[in-house]
Design a protein around this ligand. Structure first.
Ligand code: FAQ
Length: 328
């Protein structure tokens, strides 16, 4: 399996240095790699890319739901949504900390997000138009996030895998709160049920895109799986997500917007239509429905907070200069 994986990336065991071979041995034995230990430069860079993008996704991911905090239908729903959005901020912070252990600063990661050099998940470039979208985001988006993140609890980099353990616990609560909203809407008035169906129609394919391009087009999967930075391919996780979610949609009495969706007895899973990959790549290029708005909101928040960061640094410097020097 390993030889087959690295072949597609053009690296073979013969091209590896003794350190790289020893490192791969540790990965193959499921040992965790810790921050100060030797690692190949490519491993470090891939982790910074993936963990950094994951952190940015959690932070930008607050915006579509933040949009509904002031319009939640009841006080209870408002409290739950506030807690969920705050959790996403916390996830972003754990993940930035994990990335920092690889020698990149948080300022640099944010600078790269704001300049468009680093990505965040495509899903957050879609709008949340009705309250039912709060249900669909929790159910589908957090559901897809968990499907991807549960295996990442076993990822080879220690700080990332430990961050994932806590994050997954919170994401499970998020997924359930989303499904609870969908149950309420789907069993409510005909107008509410229609809103729930509309949210599913709009968010189904963008949720499938969260798993990344199909395996044949995934540029990083082979090497990332050899290094156990990724534990599954994009298509494997997408299939598992569809198999888990379709019965949940049926229970709600809603229809997945895919005329070709069909149970395949032989493979023990659903056959389903691929998302529109042209749309996916357009969103990645910055041309999705909300890319400009989302990035604009993050850049504005950064710029508006400059005075506060400056004040904190000035205060810390002043305090340090007043610290008494220890007597000789
Ligand atoms: N969006 O070769 P691959 C959440 C890029 S957390 C944007 O397959 P890879 C919580 C990819 O970066 C959601 N870009 O890449 C929440 C690469 O471009 P690059 C985030 C995407 O890394 C819920 C290129 O395409 N989760 O939702 C996407 O091996 C609710 C080629 O792709 C994570 O980040 C995409 N969907 O596999 C928050 C989990 N897919 O970098 C608020 C960790 C691919 O070369 C509310 N990440 N690209 O320029 C991963 O597992 C992987 O990075 C994948 C992509 C699976 C996302």
């Amino acid at each position: 399996m390993y030889a087959q994986l690295v072949k597609s990336e053009g690296t073979s065991r013969e091209d590896m240095s003794p350190e790289e071979i020893a490192f791969q041995g540790r990965i193959d034995r499921n040992e965790k790699i810790e921050p100060k230990e030797w690692m190949p430069e490519g491993y470090r860079k891939t982790l910074i890319r993936q963990i950094g993008q994951h952190a940015h996704s959690e932070i930008v991911g607050q915006l579509p739901e933040g949009n509904w905090i002031t319009r939640a239908p009841t006080l209870e729903r408002k409290q739950i949504l506030l807690a969920k959005v705050q959790d996403e901020a916390g996830h972003g912070l754990y993940l930035y900390c994990a990335a920092e252990t690889l020698g990149v600063s948080r300022d640099e990661l944010l600078e790269r997000l704001h300049s468009g050099d680093m990505k965040y998940s495509s899903i957050f470039n879609y709008p949340t138009l009705t309250w039912a979208d709060m249900g669909a985001v929790g159910w589908l988006v957090d559901g897809a996030a968990i499907m991807n993140q549960v295996p990442l609890q076993r990822t080879s980099y220690g700080p990332y895998s430990r961050a994932m353990i806590r994050i997954c616990k919170e994401e499970s609560f998020h997924q359930r709160q989303g499904y609870a909203i969908m149950m309420k809407m789907a069993n409510g008035t005909p107008a509410q049920k229609k809103m729930a169906q509309d949210a599913l129609n709009r968010l189904w394919y963008p949720s499938l895109m969260m798993f990344g391009p199909s395996d044949k087009d995934s540029v990083h999967s082979a090497q990332s799986m050899a290094w156990k930075i990724k534990m599954n391919t994009n298509d494997e996780l997408r299939q598992k997500f569809v198999d888990q979610t379709v019965p949940q949609a049926e229970y709600l009495g809603l229809t997945v917007p895919d005329p070709d969706l069909k149970w395949n007895e032989e493979k023990g899973g659903y056959d389903f239509s691929e998302p529109d990959w042209d749309e996916f790549y357009q969103v990645l290029k910055g041309n999705g429905p909300c890319n400009k708005e989302r990035l604009g909101a993050r850049v504005k928040a950064w710029e508006d907070g400059a005075w506060y960061r400056d004040a904190m640094v000035a205060h810390a410097k002043k305090k340090a200069s007043r610290r008494p020097v220890a007597a000789e």
